[in-house]
Design a binder for this molecule. Structure first.
Ligand code: FE
Ligand code: FE
Ligand code: ZN
Length: 273
């Protein structure tokens, strides 16, 4: 099977154009924002464009929710806004045929993690009242500020309260978990075993492949180019070849322009056994 490696792309010129862009970069997967990452506006879908997109793209890819959505804001109106936008996103992704929707669980904004867990699960339960073919993925976070999803156990506590467990998946971000204190540089097997015991490796749907500008357990979340950060290229090589990870989609969110992504995609193909 061909290696699934790609990067974050923009859908602003349409979905067919995005798929062609991915192909030009040598990508076999990709990720895109469902709408403006720092806003809530979304363009109406062009069904003709989506038909053309589906004709030329057939490997799994990931949609990323906007950053500003917060399912556990202390403000009720913002929690409701997040639920509404996510419902709309899932409908759009159903039309597009996208298999995975990835979202940052939220930031508890000084309410405490226990309240955060309840509010996130309540929001997801409301969202998943409407059936969807899209897998709803929670991203592993670094624990910056009051960010939720900073440990596998915290994600499990959210999962435990969710009704439609069959619809839930995870996206593991290498920069985030390293900054969150999981030593994927020297203890990759232990970290993966921990993930499996806590969340189930079969629920892991994609990897965000990023190096980190910061050190283990820094709780910072600043991505670095592959091999130029504190995770390092040797660990990256182990990650992309790990028997329990290697067939997943790997998505770069490194600080690069398109040409830099092209080089990193080629690098990962070369490192893949
Ligand atoms: Fe993310
Ligand atoms: Fe990420
Ligand atoms: Zn990040």
């Amino acid at each position: 099977m061909k290696k699934l490696i790609g990067c974050h792309l923009s859908s602003s010129k349409g979905y067919e154009a995005m798929a062609k862009q991915a192909m030009e970069l040598g990508a076999t997967t990709f990720q895109f924002f469902t709408r403006n990452p720092r806003g809530t506006k979304a363009k109406a879908l062009d069904l003709e464009d989506i038909t053309k997109f589906k004709e030329i793209w057939n490997t799994p890819y990931v949609a990323h929710a906007p950053y500003i959505l917060n399912l556990c804001s202390k403000r009720e109106d913002l929690r409701e806004l997040a639920v509404d936008i996510i419902k709309d996103d899932l409908q759009r992704l159903t039309t597009i045929g996208c298999p995975y929707y990835n979202i940052h669980p939220g930031s508890h904004t000084q309410q405490g993690a226990d309240i955060g867990i309840i509010q996130i699960a309540d929001g997801i339960n409301e969202i998943l009242k409407v059936d969807t073919p899209v897998t709803f993925c929670l991203e592993t976070m670094s624990g910056k500020g009051t960010e939720m999803g900073r440990t596998f156990d915290e994600l499990k506590a959210i999962y435990d309260r969710i009704d439609r467990k069959d619809k839930i998946g995870y996206v593991l971000d290498t920069c985030h978990i390293f900054d969150g204190g999981y030593d994927i540089r020297t203890e990759l097997d232990l970290v993966i075993d921990n993930f499996d015991r806590t969340l189930g490796i079969e629920n892991l749907k994609a990897i965000h492949l990023n190096d980190s500008k910061n050190t283990l357990n820094s709780h910072k979340d600043r991505h670095e180019k592959l091999g130029e950060g504190n995770i390092g290229i040797d660990a990256i090589e182990h990650i992309v070849n790990h028997p329990r990870l290697k067939s997943l989609p790997f998505i770069l969110e490194t600080p690069n322009e398109l040409n830099g992504y092209k080089k990193e995609i080629a690098l990962i193909k070369n490192l893949s056994k």
